[in-house]
Design a binder for this molecule. Structure first.
Ligand SMILES: *Cc1c(COP(=O)(O)O)cnc(C)c1O
Length: 354
C-alpha cells in the first residue's frame, strides 16, 4: 500500500480516479473517450457548467464573480494578474519562492512594493503588522507556502483590492470570497491533475487598466466565453468536476477544514514529540496542507536513511523541497487519515531503532 504525500500533482480521491478512468474509456455513454470528444459537444458543455457551478456553491461565491478554468497553471496567472489589474503600483507580500515569482512578473508592469518579507529566516514564518499602501492597485499574497509549510488561514483585511494565490490550500477551508478581487491557483494540489488554473474573479474589478491586453491574457475573454474561448484542458476539467462532486458529498469545505486540522495536529504532535525530528515552520504559522520537518541536529546524518526507511514502508513524496531540505508531507483534502497514521508509525518505529 502506497501513501501519497506528493506536493503536486498530488493525491486525488480514489473515486475520482476511477470515474475519470471510466470516462477515458467511455465518456457519458457516448462510446467515445473524454480524451477525444469535442469541447463543443453537447455532452462536454455540462461538464464545464457543473464544475463552475460546484466551485460557486462550495465556496459560496457571491453574485458578480466569474469562475474560470484556464490552461497554463498558477505560473501563468502570475503574469495575467498584473496584466489585468496593475496600472501603476501593486503591493506584494514575500513569503517564498512562489511569491517571488509573482513579484518578478508584476515588476514588468509597474512599481511593486514588497510590504514585508520573511526571507531573513528562509521563509519559516509569515510576516505580521505590515502596512499595505492605500494607493496600490491591489495587494497580493500567497495563502499557503507549499515549499516552506507556512499558511495564512485568515482572509486579510486590505484597504485595496485583494488578490491571492491559493494553489495549495484552496477548498481546504471556507474563504470569504467577497473580500477578494481575484483568487487563483494551479489545479494539481487540491483539485485535479496538472496543467490548469482555476480563477475566481470579480467582474467589476476588471477593465480598469489602460494597456492593451492580449486576447488570451484578458480575463474578460474567458468570462465572455465561459472558459471555452479556445480548446480548454477538457480531461482536467472533467477530473475537477468529479473531484468537486466528491468534495460536496463529503460535506464541503467545513468538513475539509476539520479533517485537515486533525491530520495536521496528529503529524505536528509526532514531529514535536519525536527526538529525531524538528519542525521547520514557526508554530503559529504552520500549514495544515504542507508539513515540513528536518532531522534534529544530532541525528542529521540519518536523513537519507530515514527517507529510505519510510519509502520502504510505502511513503511516497516525503522528500523536502531542495530549498528547505529534510521532509515534507503534503496532506491535501484527499489524503486519508490512515496515511498520516502510517507515517507516524513509521517515524516511531525508526525512533525506536536509534
Ligand atoms: C504549485 C504552486 C504554484 C505553481 O503552479 P503551476 O501550476 O506549476 O504553475 C504556484 N503557487 C503555489 C502556491 C504553488 O503551490
Amino acid at each position: 500500500m502506497k501513501h501519497n504525500f506528493c506536493a503536486g500533482p498530488a493525491v486525488l480521491p480514489q473515486e475520482v480516479i476511477e470515474k475519470s478512468a471510466q470516462a477515458v474509456n467511455d465518456f457519458a455513454g457516448t462510446g467515445i473517450s473524454i480524451l477525444s470528444i469535442s469541447h463543443r459537444s453537447k455532452e462536454f458543455q455540462p461538464v464545464v457548467d457543473e464544475a463552475t457551478a460546484l466551485i460557486k456553491e462550495i465556496l459560496s461565491v457571491p453574485e458578480g464573480y466569474s469562475v474560470l478554468f484556464l490552461a497554463g497553471g498558477a505560473s501563468m496567472e502570475f503574469c495575467r494578474v498584473p496584466f489585468n489589474f496593475l496600472n501603476r503600483k501593486a503591493a506584494y507580500l514575500n513569503t517564498g519562492v512562489w511569491a517571488k515569482k509573482a513579484i518578478k512578473e508584476a515588476k514588468a508592469f509597474g512599481e511593486v512594493i514588497e510590504v514585508a518579507s520573511s526571507a531573513d529566516k528562509n521563509y519559516t514564518y509569515i510576516p505580521k503588522n505590515f502596512e499595505i499602501p492605500s494607493d496600490a492597485d491591489y495587494f497580493h499574497f500567497t495563502s499557503n507556502n507549499t515549499i516552506y509549510g507556512t499558511e495564512i488561514r485568515k482572509d486579510p483585511d486590505s484597504p485595496v483590492p485583494l488578490i491571492s494565490d491559493m494553489s495549495s490550500d484552496i477548498f481546504s477551508r471556507p474563504v470569504d470570497v467577497s473580500k477578494y478581487s481575484c483568487i487563483y491557483g494551479g489545479a494539481q494540489k487540491n483539485l485535479a491533475p496538472s496543467g490548469m488554473a482555476f480563477v475566481i474573479v470579480k467582474n467589476d474589478a476588471l477593465g480598469k487598466v489602460e494597456r492593451y491586453i492580449p486576447t488570451m491574457l484578458d480575463y474578460r475573454t474567458h468570462i465572455d466565453n465561459g472558459s471555452m474561448f479556445n480548446t480548454p484542458p477538457t480531461f482536467t476539467i472533467y477530473a475537477a468536476m468529479e473531484s468537486l462532486r466528491w468534495l460536496k458529498a463529503q460535506g464541503g469545505v467545513e468538513e475539509m477544514a476539520k479533517r485537515a486540522k486533525v491530520r495536521a495536529d496528529m503529524l505536528y504532535s509526532e514531529i514535536d514529540r519525536n527526538k529525531l525530528f524538528v519542525g521547520t515552520a514557526v508554530g503559529e504559522d504552520r500549514s495544515y496542507m504542507n508539513i515540513c520537518w528536518v532531522m534534529n541536529e544530532e541525528y542529521k546524518e540519518l536523513e537519507e536513511d530515514f527517507l529510505k526507511f519510510a519509502q520502504g514502508k510505502g511513503m511516497v513524496g516525503i522528500k523536502g523541497h531542495r530549498s528547505v531540505g529534510g521532509f515534507r508531507a503534503s496532506c491535501y483534502n484527499a489524503l486519508p487519515e490512515e496515511s498520516v497514521q502510517a507515517l507516524i508509525d513509521c517515524m516511531r518505529e525508526y525512533e525506536s531503532k536509534h
